[in-house]
Design a protein around this ligand. Structure first.
Ligand code: CA
Length: 340
């Protein structure tokens, strides 16, 4: 067991030596004592590849357990990347919310928690809170940059995009935008999660790390185009950070978009089946009908029409047809910095 930082409040341990050169693949082990395993551990997979001198970059996948492109790409890097080809250190964590990953669920089946709503975590909390605490207290202090590779999960289909986490630090914001442009996804989008600070990327920004998120389609499956965008984007960012040879990184100069607060979201007002009127990427305007909800079990019920709350493009769409009140049916992305 290696030393952990003095302020680490948990009791996880690992055989990984973060100061060692070369490739190491292993686990962070969190003592966990459920009914059927009194003295067992929850094993969160981790790989470290280090060589020469350069920045430390943390790559997270499996923050939600039903989002697959990022974890596939992180696993490929962990197994296949030649340590001699990098300058710096990669900390590769493809399945951080490991119980949710094994269950292919957004939230952990162990404690019911959404890993991306518990940061900075609690070393003495539930297992999901403990994993977040380890990353924020032990991993982030070693790091210069953080990539949090999400997709839309089981309930959303999202345009493949690199995500900018808002930060009040103007210099960090500039560096985050540069890194997101270097990722070169089809879309670059500022996503504030309605101001929620309990996310991995918000915590990484508070720690001063260059922070890049992604959304890579979704629908609880692997999308071929998004997987290739993710593979290339991660390589592009590592080249941008001078960890791998880039041969001249290109940074796209397409307009940055944002999810501009509550008006970007179209929520279901009633139970039923959601019929969208537009596909992802289509231009829409405030007040325009966005779709209808049908109560197909009641032949007398008129469909309920939903409307967009803002001008922009359809950025994400609910995947399952069945909706209940409050479900997110559509998300609209607007030009960044133009909110009314
Ligand atoms: Ca996600």
């Amino acid at each position: 067991m290696l030393d952990t930082p003095q302020n680490y409040t948990g009791n996880a341990f690992t055989s990984i030596d973060f100061d060692k050169r070369g490739r190491q693949l292993g686990f962070i082990s969190f003592p966990h004592s459920p009914h059927d395993d009194a003295w067992g551990v929850t094993q969160v997979p981790i790989g470290v590849i280090a060589n020469g001198t350069g920045p430390t970059v943390v790559l997270e996948g499996g923050n939600h357990g039903d989002e697959y492109e990022g974890p596939i790409v992180i696993g490929e890097l962990a197994r296949d990347l030649d340590p001699g080809s990098i300058q710096g250190r990669l900390i590769l964590m493809p399945a951080n919310n490991v119980h949710a990953v094994r269950a292919a669920k957004r939230t952990s089946p162990v404690d019911g928690l959404n890993f991306n709503r518990v940061w900075p975590g609690d070393g003495m909390g539930t297992i999901t809170q403990q994993i977040a605490a380890y990353v924020s207290q032990c991993i982030f202090p070693m790091a210069d940059a953080f990539l949090d590779l999400h997709s839309g999960g089981s309930s959303l289909d999202i345009l493949p995009s690199a995500i900018i986490e808002p930060t009040p630090d103007p210099d960090l914001h500039r560096r985050n935008v540069e890194a997101v442009r270097a990722f070169d996804a089809p879309y670059s989008v500022v996503v504030a999660n309605l101001g929620d600070q309990r996310t991995a990327t918000a915590t990484a920004c508070r720690a001063g790390l260059v922070t890049i998120g992604t959304e890579m389609r979704g629908c609880g499956t692997v999308s071929l185009d998004a997987l290739e965008i993710c593979r290339k984007g991660v390589r592009n960012v590592l080249a941008h950070l001078d960890v791998v040879e880039g041969g001249g990184v290109r940074r796209n100069d397409r307009p940055v978009l944002e999810l501009a607060g509550p008006s970007a979201y179209v929520y279901a007002p009633v139970d039923g089946i959601f019929e969208p009127f537009h596909e992802n990427g289509e231009t829409v305007s405030a007040g325009q009908p966005a779709g209808r909800i049908h109560q197909t079990w009641d032949i007398t019920a008129q469909p309920v029409t939903l409307h967009y709350g803002i001008d922009g493009i359809v950025y994400g769409k609910r995947h399952p047809g069945r909706v209940s009140p409050g479900n997110c049916c559509i998300v609209v992305a607007s030009p960044y910095g133009q909110r009314a």
